[in-house]
Design a protein around this ligand. Structure first.
Ligand code: GEK
Length: 247
């Protein structure tokens, strides 16, 4: 039986014909987002928790942390719990007001002292300054491929020496066998989490032109072009991976 305090269940692609167009981060998505991402992205909860650990280790005194494409603020909340310095702040950015509205509520209910500035803006236009940690958690994949390198260059420029970019993405595979294996396992993960074939195929069509994944090799190469010195892959589950890129 469902606990009445459970987050609302994602049935967007089961019964909303409006979602048959391109995927949008609107109020319907914001309402079910925690359930949607947990049932769709293997390792999401683990990654969010570990972002807190990165913040604990890599936040520099007096610096700014950025959460770009913050959605409901999960990464900001995880980092805020473990930032070891009292004089830091977090800038959390999203261009979907419906997502930010809920992020505002979640942050207000959280007692941690680090200030979080929520900005409704296109993350491509937000200045990155005096940063020690920058998070792009499942967000770069939604940015126009032509804008990805300039964004990473700006992030690199805005990081202090020793600062880190934490990048998590859905990934593609150049090798067909690898592609089929990982996407097949992801499909099994979604089925096991209660999504029907219809929901899975409708969501795939809605995301087709909106979420464009790169391979891990493309990510590593581009991060190198942007100036990052050292790149570590610290998580992978099927076609989802997380990287830490150090300045
Ligand atoms: C999490 N990081 O829970 N400018 C600002 N925001 C954008 C842009 C843009 N150009 N494009 C997309 N977004 C979160 C999860 S979700 C991932 C990130 C997913 C925002 C968009 O509005 C959405 O909130 C977020 O990026 C992507 O750790 O839904 O798979």
């Amino acid at each position: 039986m469902n606990d009445p305090t459970d987050p609302p269940r994602d049935r967007l692609f089961a019964d909303d014909p409006g979602m048959l167009v391109d995927f949008r981060f609107d109020s319907a998505v914001a309402r079910v987002f925690p359930d949607m991402i947990r049932r769709s992205v293997p390792g999401y909860g683990e990654i969010i928790g570990l972002l807190g650990l990165f913040a604990e280790r890599y936040t520099q005194p007096g610096s700014t942390l950025y959460d770009l494409g913050c959605s409901l603020g999960a990464a900001s909340l995880a980092m805020r719990r473990r930032i070891p310095h009292p004089d830091c702040r977090i800038v959390a950015v999203d261009n979907a007001e419906a997502m930010l509205e809920r992020a505002r509520e979640h942050l207000a209910a959280d007692p941690q002292p680090t200030p979080v500035e929520l900005r409704c803006a296109d993350l491509r236009e937000v200045p990155i300054e005096d940063a020690s940690v920058v998070v792009l958690n499942f967000t770069l994949q939604f940015i126009d491929p032509a804008d990805r390198l300039p964004l990473l260059e700006r992030i690199h420029h805005g990081l202090r020496p020793g600062g880190v970019l934490l990048l998590a993405e859905k990934i593609d595979f150049a090798n067909e066998l690898s592609h089929d294996f990982h996407t097949g396992m992801h499909l099994a993960f979604k089925r096991a989490n209660g999504y029907s074939e219809l929901e899975i195929s409708r969501k795939r069509s809605a995301l087709e032109r909106v979420l464009i994944p790169d391979t891990l090799e493309q990510h590593r190469e581009r991060l190198g072009w942007a100036g990052f010195q050292r790149i570590e892959t610290w998580f992978q589950c099927f076609n989802f991976a997380a990287l830490a890129a150090f300045k």
